[in-house]
Ligand binder design. Structure first.
Ligand code: FES
Length: 106
């Protein structure tokens, strides 16, 4: 479906999607990396459980919400992928009771 354009000097970073180790280009967003690795949905809706995937790629639609390093509801299209990052798809409503607040979100 999606594929990366060829580049000569490619710096890669390794991160995980739902526990699966994958590589991405340094500087690309988590959403771009998800699509490039063949992920077709990254969350399900809280009410109907319908699958959703990145759509606008610019922070408007909120279809790309994922859990990144234990913090839920992150917009994957606005977060650059980094080495060792752990990305998890979200299913239904986000659990907030036992998640710490992100630095700067207090
Ligand atoms: S893809 Fe639309 S907000 Fe991220």
């Amino acid at each position: 479906m999606f594929r990366r354009l060829p580049e000569s000097e490619e710096v890669t970073v390794r991160f995980s999607i739902d526990g699966r180790s994958v590589t991405a280009r340094a500087g690309e967003t988590v959403a771009a990396a998800l699509l490039a690795t063949g992920v077709v949905s990254c969350r399900t809706t809280p009410v109907g459980g319908q699958k959703r995937a990145p759509y606008c790629m610019m922070g408007v639609c909120f279809e790309c919400l994922v859990t990144i390093d234990g913090i839920g509801n992150r917009q994957a299209c606005l977060v650059p992928v980094s080495e060792g990052m752990a990305v998890r798809s979200q299913h239904g409503a986000r659990a907030i009771a036992d998640e710490p607040l992100a630095e700067g979100a207090r």
